[in-house]
Design a protein around this ligand. Structure first.
Ligand code: ARG
Length: 476
C-alpha cells in the first residue's frame, strides 16, 4: 500500500465533464442558477439527432474509429428511449441536456463516449439543438394556421352571401358579407404562414461545426452534418453561428403578429357572442358556465386567446432584451433564451388549436346579422353613390345631400329605406323611385364587385383561390 503523497489528486466534487482544473464543487446556489436541465430537457431529441449526425461525420472523415462511432450512435438511441420512456434520471449537477446525455452515454458505452465531443463544443451544440427545436415549432405553427384557415373557409363557404354590418370605429359603416369577413382572417393568417416560412428559410443554416467559436483544426465535413439534419447549408461564420439567436426572434416576431391577429378574431367572437349582438353562437364545447349566474355561457377560450399575445409578445421583448448588447460570441446570458420561447410556442399552438375548434363549431346567426346590417344607415354610401351615378352630382355634394337625408331619417326615428319619396325630394328634387333599389342591404353588397370587394361573387372567387392553395401545398 502506497502512502498518500502530495502528488495524488484529492478526491474532488468537481464536475466530471469540465472539472479538471477545479478542486471544489459548486455552491448549491451556483448550481441552481447555472443549471438549465429543468427546461432544456425539452430539446433531448434534437440534441441526440445532432450528436448522431456529428458522430457519423466523425467516422466518415476518419476522425474517430468507426467501431467507436457505432457504439456512440447506438448508445445515443438507448439514451433517447430512456428519456422518452421517462426512466432517465436528469441531474442538475450535470447542468444541461448536453452533459446529461453525454454522461449517461458514458455509462452505457464506456470510454468511447468521450470521443463524441471531438471537434464540437456545447456552443455550436446548443445553437444547433435550439434551431432544430424552433424549426419544428415553425412547422407546427404552419399546420395550426392552415387548420384554422380551413375552419374559416368552411364558415365563409356556408355564408358567402349572408349580409352583416361592416364596421369602422365599431360603428356601422356599410353592409358586408359574412364570407368576406371570414376571408379577411384567411388573408391575415396566410401572411402569418408566409412569415413563418420566411423565418424557416432564413434560419436553415447549420451552426454545427462552428465548435466553441473559431471552428476546429479537425478535418470535419460540415456539409455532411448540415444535410443530415435537414439544413440547407452550414453557417458561413463560426462566430456568428454560435452567438446569434435571431432565428428565435424571427419566430417570436412572426408568432407575436399571429397572436395579434388571433386576439382580434377572439375579440370579435367575444363581442359577437354577447346577448347584445347575437351574431354567433359558440358551441358548448368551447364555452364555460358561471358558478353563480346560471344563465351564463362565457366565451372563455376566446378571452384567453385574446390574452395570449401578452406572453407571446412578452417573450419577444424578453429575448430581444437578453440579446441586446452582448459582445460576440457566446455568453451564458444566452441560456436565458429558451424558456420564454418554449412558453410562447406552447401557447401559440394552444391558441391556434382552440381558435380552430371555436371557429369550426360556431353558428353564425344569419337573421341577427341581416337585421343588424339593415340598421344604422348602413346604405348611406350606396345612396351617395347613386346620386353621383344617376344625377351626375359631384361626390362631395352627394355626400352632403345624403347626410341631410340621414338627419331627416334620424329625426323621424326611421332608417333610410323607410323615408318616402316626398321626404327624399324635399332634400333633392332630382331623386326618383329608383333610389330605393340601392337602399336594400342585399343590393348594396351585390353591387360591390370591385376586385377584393364584398360582393358574394367576388368572395366565392377568393374562397376558391384559397381552397386551391390549401389543397395544393406546392402552390405556395
Ligand atoms: N446550457 C447552455 C445554454 O443553454 C449550453 C451552452 C453552454 N456553453 C458554455 N460555454 N458554458 O446556453
Amino acid at each position: 500500500m502506497t502512502k498518500p503523497g502530495a502528488s495524488d489528486p484529492k478526491p474532488s466534487s468537481a464536475n466530471t465533464m469540465w472539472g479538471g482544473r477545479f478542486a471544489d464543487g459548486p455552491d448549491a446556489i451556483m448550481e441552481a442558477i447555472n443549471a438549465s436541465i429543468g427546461f432544456d430537457q425539452r430539446m433531448a431529441r434534437q440534441d441526440i439527432d445532432g450528436s448522431r449526425a456529428h458522430a457519423a461525420m466523425l467516422a466518415a472523415t476518419g476522425i474517430v474509429e468507426t467501431s467507436d462511432v457505432e457504439a456512440i450512435r447506438e448508445g445515443l438511441l438507448t439514451v433517447l428511449s430512456e428519456i422518452e420512456g421517462g426512466s432517465f434520471g436528469f441531474s442538475a449537477a450535470l447542468e444541461d441536456i448536453h452533459m446529461n446525455v453525454e454522461s449517461r452515454l458514458t455509462e452505457i458505452v464506456g470510454p468511447a463516449a468521450g470521443r463524441l465531443h471531438t471537434a464540437r463544443s456545447r456552443n455550436d451544440q446548443v445553437a444547433t439543438d435550439f434551431k432544430l427545436w424552433v424549426r419544428d415549432q415553425i412547422d407546427a405553427a404552419v399546420s395550426g394556421l392552415e387548420a384554422l384557415q380551413r375552419a374559416l373557409l368552411g364558415q365563409a363557404e356556408a355564408g358567402s352571401d349572408w349580409v352583416m354590418p361592416g364596421f369602422t370605429h365599431l360603428q356601422t359603416a356599410q353592409p358586408v358579407t359574412w364570407g368576406h369577413h371570414m376571408m379577411a382572417y384567411v388573408e391575415m393568417l396566410g401572411r402569418d404562414v408566409s412569415r413563418m416560412r420566411d423565418a424557416r428559410a432564413r434560419m436553415n443554416e447549420a451552426p454545427l461545426g462552428a465548435a466553441a467559436l473559431a471552428g476546429t483544426s479537425f478535418p470535419i465535413d460540415r456539409d455532411m452534418t448540415a444535410e443530415a439534419l435537414g439544413f440547407d447549408r452550414p453557417a458561413a461564420n463560426s462566430l456568428d453561428a454560435v452567438s446569434d439567436r435571431d432565428f428565435a426572434l424571427d419566430f417570436l416576431s412572426a408568432a407575436s403578429i399571429c397572436a395579434m391577429h388571433l386576439s382580434r378574431l377572439a375579440e370579435e367572437l367575444v363581442i359577437w357572442s354577447s346577448a347584445q349582438f347575437r351574431f354567433v353562437t359558440l358551441s358548448d364545447r368551447f364555452s364555460t358556465g358561471s358558478s353563480i349566474m346560471p344563465q351564463k355561457k362565457n366565451p372563455d377560450a376566446a378571452e384567453l386567446i385574446r390574452a395570449k399575445i401578452g406572453r407571446i409578445f412578452g417573450a419577444n421583448v424578453a429575448l430581444m432584451t437578453v440579446m441586446k448588447g452582448l459582445p460576440l460570441t457566446y455568453s451564458k446570458d444566452m441560456q436565458e433564451d429558451k424558456e420564454q420561447v418554449f412558453d410562447a410556442a406552447d401557447n401559440l399552438m394552444l391558441a391556434l388549436a382552440a381558435m380552430e375548434g371555436m371557429v369550426r363549431d360556431m353558428q353564425a346567426n344569419r337573421d341577427a346579422l341581416r337585421e343588424a346590417a339593415a340598421t344604422g344607415f348602413s346604405t348611406a354610401t350606396d345612396l351617395a353613390d347613386w346620386l353621383v351615378r344617376v344625377l351626375d352630382l359631384p361626390f362631395r355634394e352627394a355626400h352632403h345631400i345624403t347626410g341631410s337625408l340621414v338627419k331627416l331619417a334620424e329625426d323621424k326615428g326611421c332608417d333610410l329605406p323607410d323615408l318616402s319619396l316626398t321626404d327624399m325630394q324635399s332634400v333633392h328634387g332630382g331623386i326618383t323611385d329608383a333610389v330605393f333599389e340601392v337602399l336594400g342591404v342585399e343590393n348594396s353588397v351585390r353591387s360591390r364587385v370591385s376586385y377584393g370587394g364584398t360582393a358574394p361573387e367576388r368572395v366565392r372567387e377568393q374562397i376558391a383561390r384559397w381552397r386551391a392553395i390549401l389543397d395544393n401545398p406546392t402552390s405556395r
